[in-house]
Design a protein around this ligand. Structure first.
Ligand code: ADP
Length: 398
């Protein structure tokens, strides 16, 4: 199998152990040769995902059988052109559009009767305000496309005039756009959702192969800081026997025909009687930050299973390595240290079971530079050690 991945960030980089184990021919289209994946795969090609000529030349030059992604920002007409070369693209464009476009995703999930926050498409500030009145004078405005790590998400409150001003600018930008609204990845429309008073955020991770086989990992809790994932706890504490989130994710993968890894981000709302309700927030059709724990905490990592799935190979076991263990993943977001490799040497002596995975990226404030994985029986102890290690990258050595 000759597999190509579009995108040269850490998600492509972390496929490396599986490429070796599965003995795949593997080619990455990267933004830069000295980026996270370019450094690991010397046969990478430099090019942008929206540059049709470069993408097609890369597919032909490497004689690819299958193309997959590490991000969803690939215009649909390029996917069509790859298919014209009789090369499979997974997930295919019919599935991928629901991860590219939040309006299409919300409409589809409603159609298959899965629970989402109340939402509607809005064209101007007046329509936004009508929606907000229904929901206590507040809401979340979102761009249909292009959002990540909280970009493209705006909390709007009637009392907060600044938030309304920013919303007006978003509407102006949306209307002045000349993008093709029929391409799910270019759609300039905005949607609004109720602001969910969630108790916590969960993420369910599943993988579906091109042969239709499905496996799921245990649902995790994900904790965000400034809309960016900071910590993941696997499995999510107090999930109960009936993992509703996992069942929903399996249904989505089947109904949408996803091939590869699917991550479903969800809100859990627990009412005063202790009854839990789950609402679906977001879909990602690729390995996802909420699944980095699987590298060390489960029998088969999300990266390996993504490649098995797109290559049509039997999927690997998704069980946790030990049913008694928790695994905590923490992102290293920016660093005050000058040299990350030095910091890593300091961090390694905190706990010899901790796995510190650096992505080979330059330091910038808030940038995802790496992550820490640690498993153990005592969740509090594991969390404390992970925090200590994370602090070393922020120059805190208490
Ligand atoms: P993206 O992943 O594209 O950055 P998301 O839709 O996942 O955007 O939103 C980012 C974060 O914003 C979520 O993880 C959540 O913390 C918050 N958020 C998003 N939508 C809502 C909502 N409807 N209600 C409450 N919080 C929300």
């Amino acid at each position: 199998m000759r597999i190509g991945v579009i995108g040269g960030g850490q998600l492509a980089r972390m496929m490396a152990p599986a490429v070796s184990e599965l003995d795949l021919e593997f080619y990455v289209l990267v933004e830069a040769l000295d980026g996270a994946a370019g450094k690991i795969f010397p046969n990478s090609t430099v090019g942008e995902a929206n540059d049709i000529e470069t993408v097609l030349n890369w597919v032909k030059k490497n004689n690819l059988d299958v193309v997959t992604f590490e991000h969803e920002h690939v215009p649909n007409y390029i996917i069509d052109k790859i298919n014209d070369l009789h090369v499979a693209v997974y997930p295919d464009k019919l599935a991928l559009r629901f991860a590219q476009n939040k309006i299409l995703m919300r409409e589809k999930l409603s159609e298959i009767h899965l629970p989402c926050p109340d939402f509607t498409v809005v064209k101007n500030i007046g329509e936004l305000q009508v929606f907000m009145q229904k929901h206590g004078g507040q809401a979340v405005l979102k761009t249909a496309t292009g959002g990540y790590d909280g970009k493209g998400v705006l909390v709007v409150k009637e009392q907060d005039s600044q938030s309304l001003e920013i919303a007006s600018k978003w509407f102006e930008k949306s209307f002045s756009s000349t993008a093709d609204i029929n391409d799910p990845e270019q759609d300039p429309r905005l949607l609004v959702e109720e602001l969910v008073p969630f108790t916590r955020e969960l993420a369910a991770l599943v993988v579906r192969s091109s042969k239709g086989e499905i496996k799921a990992w245990d649902t995790v809790e994900s904790i965000q800081e400034n809309s960016v994932c900071k910590t993941v706890i696997a499995p999510a504490p107090d999930l109960g026997k009936n993992d509703k989130a996992k069942k929903m994710a399996i249904k989505i993968a089947e109904e949408l025909g996803v091939v590869g890894v699917l991550a479903v981000e969800m809100f859990e709302v627990v009412n005063s009687l202790g009854i839990s309700k789950i609402l679906i927030n977001e879909l990602a059709m690729r390995p996802h930050n909420s699944g980095h724990w699987t590298i060390n905490g489960s029998v088969t990592s999300q990266f390996e299973n993504h490649l098995r799935a797109v290559a049509g190979l039997p999927l690997g076991n998704t069980d946790r390595i030990n049913k008694e263990y928790w695994t905590v993943m923490e992102n290293i977001l920016g660093s005050t240290r000058k040299d990350l490799r030095d910091a890593k040497i300091d961090a390694m002596s905190v706990n010899s079971s901790a796995k510190i995975n650096l992505y080979g990226k330059g330091i910038r404030p808030g940038r995802k530079l790496g992550h820490i994985n640690l498993s153990g029986e005592d969740l509090q102890e594991v969390r404390e050690d992970v925090k200590k290690i994370g602090n070393i990258f922020q120059g805190i050595t208490l």
